[in-house]
Design a protein around this ligand. Structure first.
Ligand code: ZN
Length: 262
């Protein structure tokens, strides 16, 4: 095979060198890679670059193996902190607000910037009813913590602006990284912006649509004094979370008290 391949190559070279005048007429030759030696060019020959002009995708910084230091994972008091993520949502946020009002307790809403822009009246209502706000990134970017400092900062700013367009001057006490995929850099930036990094200690995984009784069992099994409970009032069908909360809110209030994290 090898001598034949070599002779074919040699023939090809001969054809290229000798047949350059007719190269355009033959489809086979037109398909052959252009050879600089075949026709002398006035411009210096440059080899085609493997990655020509498309800008390189910015690299994501690696996710740390352990959660970074400085996260708030406890309520800071004996009471349990309730946190509701990914809203506001016109279907579920009013239901949770009504439940909280009926129980005379306050919670923290981790709102997504896009949702805040779309439903400003719900952000205003969260604030008016005495609840706390948490920035949860512009479009729930689970990789936000891995991006450049400038990207992290502008995402958090944009989200704060959407919140403040809905509820001017409302304090935005916290930031929570979507998916809990924190990096140390992101914690530092959030703190520099006056946003305290809020994690959680109880996660019933309600986003995965377990039945209400499973959500109740998981929360009751894991909650202690000072727990921060993560649940969702948006991002999908939250009927089971709503049903679970009808039981959990009065129950947790009676056993531990419900408090805002601090
Ligand atoms: Zn989320």
């Amino acid at each position: 095979m090898r001598p034949r391949a070599l002779s074919a190559l040699a023939l090809g070279l001969v054809l290229l060198v000798t047949g350059c005048g007719e190269a355009g007429k033959s489809p086979e030759k037109a398909a052959a890679p252009p050879s600089a030696s075949a026709s002398p060019s006035p411009t210096p020959v440059t080899k085609p670059s493997p990655t020509p002009t498309t800008p390189a995708k910015p690299k994501l910084r690696p996710l740390p193996k352990k959660l970074p230091a400085g996260l708030h994972r406890a309520s800071g008091s004996n009471g349990v902190a309730l946190t509701f993520d990914d809203g506001p949502d016109p279907r579920y946020t009013p239901q949770i607000l009504a439940q909280l009002r009926a129980a005379h307790v306050k919670a923290t809403f981790c709102v997504v910037g896009k949702q805040a822009k779309r439903y400003p009246e719900l952000v205003a209502r969260i604030v008016r009813e005495g609840h706390q706000l948490c920035n949860h990134s512009w479009h729930h970017d689970v990789n936000l913590g891995r991006r450049s400092a400038a990207e992290i900062r502008s995402d958090l700013e944009r989200t704060n602006e959407a919140i403040h367009a809905a509820a001017p001057k409302a304090p935005i006490t916290w930031f929570r990284q979507p998916g809990g995929r924190w990096t140390a850099e992101e914690v530092t930036i959030a703190k520099q912006m006056g946003l305290r990094p809020l994690h959680w200690s109880v996660d019933p995984q309600d986003w995965d649509h377990p039945p209400a009784k499973t959500i109740i069992k998981r929360v009751k099994g894991a909650t202690r004094h000072g727990s921060v409970v993560l649940m969702h009032d948006a991002g999908g069908d939250r009927a089971q979370t709503m049903a679970a909360c009808r039981h959990l809110i009065p129950d947790l209030k009676r056993r531990y008290g419900i408090a805002l994290p601090r």
